[in-house]
Design a protein around this ligand. Structure first.
Ligand code: GLU
Length: 292
């Protein structure tokens, strides 16, 4: 993962356009995906129900720059939000008819199981434990767990082993996440917050030596906090991001996988990336969809 903001800013400064060019921030949205019209779905499917209702409830994060963040205007923005718009468009539902519902790491499976949301698109790692209670379309991106530390890395942290070697040091993460589970292999000295944004203050005060979660989430915080923090850049897990849906709703999962593959092929996925996470991160190749 490369962070490209510094480069972009210095290039813009070099040609003297800083301040004249609108440097799109991570709050940007992609061009609205084309909403399918006259779509027909087999009666009784989730697609038919949603298309008929003309609305869909999508759970996403509200406090994660680049992927899912709600600003003062109340409108969620980010790559996950754009993925939601793509799926909705395939159902004939326009972006303004999507109801985005805030999900925390710990309530994603319960929200899907209870039908509080139709989908969860929320930096949500596909794994076997979760697959016992929900199904996943995708992956549509693969992240890796990393560490965010104070600028200059004053503690000299090199990776998660640091916390095994320094059991008195505290690491902050989020309850119900794979990040929490993975770091628990190294230490028990963990602050388990509700959202990753809640870890920034402990990191600032020194109450925590690092915040750990997926590198791309950390890149969003590093970018939005004016050089206070840096991402270590040594990912130690693989986190394939899936779109969570009701367990064994195979027709809906197939529809979402088909929609993702079409967006890979026609450039809509890349354009969604470029206008959100891509403001800070290089554009990756999309991962192969896993039709397990
Ligand atoms: N991708 C990881 C997970 O699904 C960490 C990020 C998050 O909590 O959203 O648990």
């Amino acid at each position: 993962m490369k962070i490209k903001r510094t480069l972009m800013i210095s290039a813009m400064a070099a040609i003297g356009v800083l301040g004249l060019t609108a440097c799109t921030d991570s709050g940007a949205t992609a061009p609205a995906p084309e909403v399918s019209s006259g779509v027909e779905f087999e009666a009784g499917t989730t697609m038919a129900r949603l298309a008929e209702a003309g609305t869909i409830k999508i759970g996403t994060k509200f406090d994660q720059p680049l992927f899912g963040q709600v600003g003062p205007d109340g409108v969620p923005v980010g790559f996950d939000v754009e993925m939601g718009k793509l799926i909705a468009a395939g159902l004939g539902i326009s972006a303004d008819n999507i109801e985005f519902v805030e999900t925390l790491s710990a309530n994603r499976e319960p929200y899907i199981e209870a039908g509080t949301v139709d989908l969860v698109i929320a930096t949500y790692t596909i794994n076997d434990t979760r697959k016992e209670v929900v199904s996943f379309a995708g992956p549509y991106y693969t992240a890796g767990q990393d560490l965010l530390v104070a600028a200059g890395n004053p503690d000299g942290i090199t990776g998660p082993e640091y916390f095994r070697e320094n059991p008195d040091k505290v690491v902050c993460t989020v309850s119900g996440s794979t990040s929490e589970k993975n770091i628990a292999e190294y230490t028990t000295n963990i602050i388990a917050a509700a959202g990753y944004g809640d870890c920034l203050e402990p990191l600032r005060t020194g109450a925590a030596a690092a915040l750990t979660t997926d590198n791309v989430i950390l890149a969003g915080y590093a970018d939005s906090t004016d050089g206070e923090f840096e991402v270590l850049g040594a990912p130690f897990t693989s986190e394939p991001y899936g779109i969570g849906l009701k367990l064994d709703d195979t027709a809906f999962r197939t529809f979402i996988n088909d929609t993702l593959e079409a967006a890979y092929a026609d450039g809509a996925w890349a354009s969604a990336w470029e206008s959100t996470a891509g403001v800070v991160l290089d554009t990756p190749d999309p991962p192969a969809v896993d039709r397990y």
